[in-house]
Design a protein around this ligand. Structure first.
Ligand code: KDG
Length: 314
């Protein structure tokens, strides 16, 4: 598995405290693609994460965290200039929504150009995972994602694009245009139902939305996620679905990345139905722990996927 994107540190106020009041922050490593890489490595899928990190103690903290999870970081570019991005999070609790504030201008990743990367190493995988976040990080990041998709495709990898729209980084119009431009090099699209509505004006029954996305973008496989209503797939004219699993969500940030990790893991050795089932299990587990990343073993995820969640005594 291969992925490409920016990592950040997340500084979050403790549960039940507001960013404007809190005297202390909890620190977590974050970044959608890094989150996916950690989740995949934890279930035993060899995964390379490509990025740029500043050659500082904070950059090394991120690298150490990912490599301790088993993620391959040999394609990371160590940048002499630039900084590590931060973001501040206040975890919501009904009726209070989650709040995120980015501080990610001028990061080492913003200056990463396609010519900096060793593409045969970056793309040495059966699947290349890319997201709309990476494409929107800085002017020029869109070209990086385009190149990654093309390089991966030329080497025979399956290219997966997770729309992952972030309003703080780009407009819906620009995100829709980018997805449309990239589509010719995408084998599987993952899209939240709300992104399908906001970017492409497609709403209603999730399966109909998935089918319409497949037709509109000419992509053969489309997965649409609907949070607590589960996920569906339009898969080369076949359809699949999986309900969301019950969870007590302490932190929803990163659940979509865990979903994508479960999906891609399932696709490597199972059917689209297996993949959706692992995806919803992984997402529900991710929401049960604090932080953007989760490190569950394959057995832990499969137990939840098969409804075997039980007390563990060893
Ligand atoms: O999906 C979770 C990510 O949003 C989080 O880890 C931070 O990558 C991030 C972003 O750009 O929002």
């Amino acid at each position: 598995m291969a992925t490409l994107g920016e990592a950040m540190l997340r500084l979050s106020s403790p549960p039940g405290e507001l960013l404007r009041d809190s005297a202390q922050f909890r620190v977590h490593v974050a970044g959608a693609e890094a989150n996916l890489a950690v989740a995949l490595a934890s279930v035993g899928v060899p995964t390379r994460w490509t990025s740029a990190l500043p050659d500082t103690v904070l950059g090394r903290r991120v690298a150490d965290s990912l490599s301790s999870a088993g993620v391959l970081i040999d394609a990371v570019r160590w940048a002499p200039d630039g900084r590590l991005g931060l973001y501040f999070a206040e975890i919501g609790s009904p009726p209070r929504p989650t709040r995120v504030v980015y501080d990610r201008a001028g990061t080492a990743f913003c200056s990463l150009s396609a010519d900096d990367l060793d593409w045969p190493v970056v793309c040495d995988a059966r699947v290349m995972h890319l997201t709309g976040i990476t494409a929107a990080v800085a002017p020029g990041s869109d070209a990086l994602v385009m190149r990654a998709a093309r390089e991966a495709r030329e080497r025979g990898a399956l290219v997966v694009y997770d729309v992952n729209y972030r309003a703080a980084l780009t407009s819906t119009t620009a995100a829709a245009r980018f997805a449309t431009d990239l589509a010719a090099d995408v084998d599987l699209l993952v899209c939240r139902a709300e992104d399908a509505r906001d970017l492409f004006g497609l709403a209603g029954d999730p399966l109909a939305v998935a089918k319409d996305l497949a037709r509109t973008l000419s992509i053969e496989r489309v997965v649409v996620t609907s949070g607590a209503d589960g996920a569906v797939a339009w898969w080369q004219d076949e359809t699949f679905g999986a309900p969301a699993l019950p969870t007590v969500a302490v932190d929803r940030i990163g659940a979509g990345d865990a979903f994508a990790a479960g999906l891609l893991w399932g696709l490597l050795d199972g059917s689209p139905q297996d993949a959706l089932t692992r995806a919803t299990a992984m997402a529900s587990l991710a929401m049960s722990v604090h932080g953007d990343q989760c490190r569950f073993s394959a057995d832990e995820v499969l137990d939840i996927a098969h409804g075997l969640g039980r007390e563990v005594r060893r």
